[in-house]
Design a protein around this ligand. Structure first.
Ligand SMILES: [Zn+2]
Length: 321
């Protein structure tokens, strides 16, 4: 009887030892996995050091310890930490065709510098719209050129949001053109309301950020009507600047913003465009005002010809940042 009890106790003893052993093993391996996920380089370092010691022992036994140790004690070159790309109004692929607004504004004043490249900026205001914007995007893709879209916040809806995402993903620039585009709110009695303008700029930018994500930000702002249409913009300009906005006008157009007197045919739009080039100072940059709002079919039809005009004259196609 006593014998049986003893052997049972022994069995229980062995089982407990084994269980503790298994728990310890699981614990240690769990810790290793956790530690590797937290600090993979350090674990790798430990492994490398282990490997080095092993190979030192090996080479020592071969009599080449000094040569090997010298070469192996050299620090493994550290990987350069990747500098995080600052949030901006275009994707990384578009970095190479991006130009700073301040520089372009300076270049617009002219004169032509034959030693510098010629750059054209196709700009589309008042979008997105579900009928014109996709057509404009298709034409730009077909001709492998890029543009800057000046968006109106209240036209970014669940329906059109994907178009803005497509603009961003396709390497175009995203800019702000107010939230309401309502002159009565932005310029009541033709007087700029600096606070209303700033609020609309921020509201639109925040909306863009909400679905384009942390990598997105934009500084580029265009006044509805352009700065040339309004007096006393100084207060507004300085408010915008404080919130990291900078404004951009244009020095060419296809006339599609002229309401009833807008060109009705492609040829008329091209004629208007050619005429507009003579109005502003001659310079290395052309910033063309066009619209991708829903009623701008003449622009959609004229766009391939406008692109051809600048390709024939060896212009680069830039976007504004
Ligand atoms: Zn507009």
């Amino acid at each position: 009887m006593e014998e049986i009890k003893k052997s049972r106790r022994k069995k229980r003893w062995i089982i407990s030892i084994c269980t503790i052993g298994i728990i310890l093993c699981l614990g240690v391996s769990g810790w290793l996995v956790w530690a590797y996920e937290q600090h993979p380089q350090q674990i790798t370092k430990v492994k490398k050091t282990e490997h080095r010691i092993k190979s030192k022992i090996k080479s020592a036994s071969k009599g080449t310890s000094q040569v090997k140790a010298a070469s192996e004690s050299k620090d493994v070159p550290k990987e350069k930490p990747k500098t995080k790309r600052a949030p901006t109004n275009h994707n990384e692929a578009a970095d190479s065709w991006t130009f700073k607004v301040e520089q372009v504004r300076e270049d617009m004043k002219g004169p032509v510098n034959p030693d510098k490249p010629k750059v054209v900026f196709l700009t589309f205001d008042d979008g997105p719209s579900s009928n014109d914007t996709p057509q404009v995007l298709n034409i730009l893709a077909e001709h492998n050129v890029h543009a800057t879209f000046f968006l109106v916040g209240n036209r970014i809806t669940p329906e059109t949001q994907a178009l803005v995402q497509q603009e961003y993903d396709s390497g175009h620039g995203i800019a702000v053109h107010s939230f309401t585009h309502d002159y009565k709110i932005l310029y009541p009695n033709n007087v700029p309301n600096a606070q209303a303008i700033l609020d609309e700029a921020n509201k639109t930018r925040d909306l863009m950020k909400s679905f384009l994500g942390d990598k997105f930000d934009t500084r580029v702002w265009r006044y509805p009507g352009g700065t040339m249409s309004w007096k006393n913009l100084d207060e507004s300009k300085s408010l915008l600047e404080k919130d990291n906005f900078t404004w951009m006008d244009w020095n060419a157009a296809d006339g599609d913003g002229l309401g009833a007197s807008a060109p009705k045919t492609v040829q008329a739009a091209l004629n208007y465009h050619a005429m507009s080039l003579t109005v502003y100072p001659q310079s290395n940059v052309e910033i063309i005002l066009m619209h991708d709002a829903s009623d701008k079919q003449v622009t959609v039809q004229a766009l391939p010809e406008i692109i051809k005009y600048y390709k024939d004259r060896d212009y680069q196609f830039g976007i504004l940042e």
